[in-house]
Design a protein around this ligand. Structure first.
Ligand code: ZN
Ligand code: ZN
Length: 262
């Protein structure tokens, strides 16, 4: 009783400030939720901003996951995938890189709002279950940062997104030998320019030979899921997929939080 009154007091006098629009709102944790407060996106983002996440839906490209403008019809391979070689098997994203999702990713990466990573990662987990049979995935590899960028940022946002998956995995009773997060096999050896502002061909040459496999022993015959924050032209994940396949991986798919719609 005492703690309920305390909760009412806290909520009345200390409303939550939305990390996106900066407006105050009252956050109500879902009833009966046993999960930690911080897991819910609603604890950081107001309902108005949360409503401005553009979730990606079918019809979309079977390979790169780009949604088609025409909302009629079935999933099929897009024109870009028909003309460009894709090393990865398929790529999927939770939402479009616009409005709330874009603002959330930028705050996470550049303003140190790392507390968004847990709830965003939880949404990303839903995308994993939506598009894959999780039992088919052996390894999950977050796209690595160059050590220099890692030092200046202090974290790898792709890794932060999946950091809590081991707990979710346990709660779902998933085989501990599946969906193993590995941050040692693939490293970024070349310090590259940020891909922002570069055209597709420039992006491809910017990341060429940027990655290296350190230990391919655990790679042979494995099905891998690469995870990153944003998919723009796919140049980075394509380069990673190519090198992982050369190192003996059976198949490499890609999951990103957001995707540029171009
Ligand atoms: Zn808001
Ligand atoms: Zn495509």
């Amino acid at each position: 009783m005492k703690s309920q009154l305390w909760q009412i007091f806290i909520k009345a006098f200390f409303p939550t400030r939305c990390l996106i629009c900066r407006k105050f709102y009252h956050y109500q944790a879902p009833a009966g939720s046993s999960e930690p407060f911080a897991v819910n996106l609603g604890a950081f983002i107001c309902p108005v901003c949360a409503g401005k996440i553009t979730f990606i839906k079918s019809p979309l490209c079977l390979l790169c996951g780009a949604p088609f403008e025409n909302q009629e019809g079935e999933d099929h391979v897009c024109g870009k995938c028909l003309t460009n070689s894709r090393k990865f098997g398929k790529a999927r994203s939770l939402g479009a890189y616009d409005l709330t999702l874009k603002a959330a990713i930028l705050s996470l990466k550049y303003q140190g709002k790392t507390r968004l990573a847990g709830p965003l990662g939880k949404l990303l987990w839903q995308s994993l279950l939506q598009y894959w049979d999780y039992a088919s995935i052996d390894l999950i590899i977050p796209v690595p940062l160059h050590p220099k960028r890692f030092r200046s940022r202090g974290f790898n946002q792709a890794y932060l997104l999946i950091q809590e998956w081991q707990f979710i995995k346990k709660n779902h009773g998933i085989d501990s030998r599946k969906l193993i997060v590995d941050t040692d096999i693939l490293i970024r050896q070349k310090y590259t320019l940020p891909q922002t502002g570069l055209k597709q061909k420039e992006r491809q040459s910017n990341v060429r030979n940027a990655f290296k496999i350190v230990n391919s022993v655990n790679l042979k015959g494995k099905t891998i899921l690469l995870v990153d924050d944003v998919f723009t032209t796919g140049a980075t994940v394509n380069e990673c997929a190519g090198i992982l396949l050369k190192g003996g991986a059976e198949n490499v798919d890609v999951l990103t939080l957001a995707r540029s719609i171009i």
